[in-house]
Write a protein that binds this ligand. Sequence first.
Ligand code: GDP
Length: 147
Amino acid sequence: MNKTFIMLKPDAMKRGLEQEIIKHFTDDGMTIEKSNHVLVNEELILNHYKEVIEKVTIVGFKERLLREFVGETVAIYVLSGTEGIIERVRELVGPTEPVKADKHTIRGKYSQDSYALAADEDRPVRNLIHASDSPESVIKETSLWFD
Ligand code: GDP
């Protein structure tokens, strides 16, 4: 697999960070295969986060995701490059909780958010970007968001 799927979440879009974040990937030698802006509805986001909703045990997590995403615009991209692009993109993105992310990663550079602050404000952690974590996710997420 030499392709991956990413989504710039509403926090990145509202802060006007789309082009700046995408530059991290193109500067790393990746090519934009396709991209689009999508207005998110409930069905899309519940489908996208189906496994995460089943995994995360935080009370009200699903409702927080719905509040964060439904009615908001996200940017979706398919990036292509060399073998290992899925792992390379996730390396550039950094770990889920921005406060734990290295300053050289996208999440660490542009966000200081934490699980604790997110819980206080009754919302999901704002970490700017989603990146597929396996070839199966790339296929599922690309067809979900582009078709
Ligand atoms: P990712 O691959 O790093 O985005 O992490 P996951 O796919 O496991 O989780 C998807 C999204 O759900 C994350 O990007 C967070 O926005 C949110 N999330 C996951 N786990 C937690 C958690 O333990 N606490 C909070 N507040 N949000 C979480």
